[in-house]
Write a protein of this length. Structure first.
Ligand SMILES: [Zn+2]
Length: 394
């Protein structure tokens, strides 16, 4: 699917600005208000910062560099990658009349990262980034800066949880002896988990990608999740599945997060199994998946993968604690289609094997489903606690 790579180079429009900066940089960029949203024209920012910039007109993806500092953005996306760190904004980067407009909060985050130790403040119709006024900053003194007027574009607390019951409708998922279907078990466990989260986690929205036996394309599941990012909050995405194996002896639960290099052949087989539904989908949404593919390159090595890995470890630890008598198969990496487009920490849990006689019987029991939901609940709650306290301490 990465067929457009060779097409891109001739279209790359490059514009360079190189300025030598004084020892004490003071950068002033204009802020423009459109529909109540504040933007900084990227050209002016690049100019003022003495940075280089390039924009790929085909992918709408651009890059800003200065020395070893790199920021990547894509028009239409509510996020930027700044020095390997994800900066989320509550509205997207825009391209308008040949100009790139960056949300003011993201522009401030970019400047603070490119010029460590500076403080960004909002003046009348501009954004000013300079060393703190009171004293000169020593090189090791890049402390957390205070922003007089709060600006969007920092890391946001987790405000919602997306629960994704695997499969549904015309896609039954894995089928076990006696005709038991994966989609039925995943929905039942997810609804129990939803109830636990809703009654125990206040101030966090819980959203299901499907709440009945309906078919949902894989890309649509992450679209639903990403749609909730608009408020400037972060979220977590948890997809619940039941595994299947050619060997009836294999049992246990495992937790996955996205990686392009699956940990082993078995993980590759599991992801092939879960990705199978792509062929059942209509082809008309191909474009959206292509965009997702372009974003992937940016995402995979960055913040989201780190957060997803932590989410996977935290949730899996609770499963291992609660689901005694069942085999823990550990945390694994795999290339699951449903995790690919996610712009938030995302995991996929395989709660047991439908092809293992004893586990199949257990998985259908309400009492065991309650335990699985309880384990997932404790895992998600523990992750939120870790995550939100890490944000607070930034
Ligand atoms: Zn599945």
């Amino acid at each position: 699917m990465r067929r457009s790579g060779s097409l891109l180079a001739p279209f790359a429009a490059l514009f360079f600005f190189t300025f030598s900066l004084s020892a004490e940089p003071k950068i002033t960029v204009p802020v423009r208000t459109l529909d109540g949203k504040e933007y900084v024209p990227l050209g002016a920012l690049v100019d003022a910062a003495g940075a280089d910039a390039s924009l790929d007109l085909v992918t709408q993806r651009g890059k800003v560099t200065r020395g070893t500092h790199v920021a990547v953005y894509q028009a239409g996306m509510t996020m930027l990658l700044v020095d390997g760190r994800l900066v989320r904004c509550s509205y997207p980067v825009m391209r308008q009349k040949g100009e790139v407009l960056v949300p003011a909060g993201a522009a401030a985050a970019l400047l603070r990262s490119f010029f460590p130790g500076t403080v960004c403040t909002r003046a009348e119709s501009s954004l000013v980034c300079a060393p703190p006024a009171q004293k000169t900053v020593s090189p090791g003194d890049a402390k957390v800066e205070t922003v007089k007027q709060p600006l969007n574009g920092s890391h946001d607390r987790i405000g919602f949880i997306i629960l994704d019951p695997g499969h549904g409708g015309k896609d039954p998922g894995a089928i076990g002896k006696g005709g038991v279907q994966e989609k039925t078990i995943t929905l039942s466990v997810t609804r129990k988990l939803e109830a636990l989260l809703k009654s125990n986690l206040k101030g966090v929205r819980v959203v299901l990608t499907r709440s009945n036996d309906s078919f949902l394309e894989l890309g649509r599941r992450t679209d639903i999740a990403n749609g909730h990012l608009k408020g400037g909050e972060n979220g977590v995405f948890v997809s619940v599945h039941v595994n299947a194996s050619v060997s009836p002896r294999i049992s246990g639960f495992e937790t996955y997060f996205l990686s392009q290099n699956p940990s082993n052949e078995e993980a590759r087989a599991t992801s092939a199994l879960e990705n199978d539904v792509v062929v059942l989908e209509d082809r008309k949404h191909g474009g959206a998946h292509d965009d997702v593919e372009h974003m992937e390159a940016m995402m995979i090595t960055t913040q989201i993968q780190k957060e997803s890995s932590l989410l996977a470890e935290t949730v899996h630890a609770q499963m291992a604690r609660v689901l005694t008598g069942h085999k823990s198969r550990g945390v694994r990496k795999a290339d699951f289609f449903v995790l690919r487009g996610s712009l938030m920490p995302a995991i996929l849990v395989e709660i047991g094997f439908i092809t293992h006689a004893k586990e199949r019987a257990t998985l259908q029991k309400a009492a065991y489903q309650d335990r699985v939901a309880e384990a997932l609940y404790h895992g998600i709650a523990a992750f939120l606690k870790k995550y939100n306290s890490a944000i607070k301490n930034k």
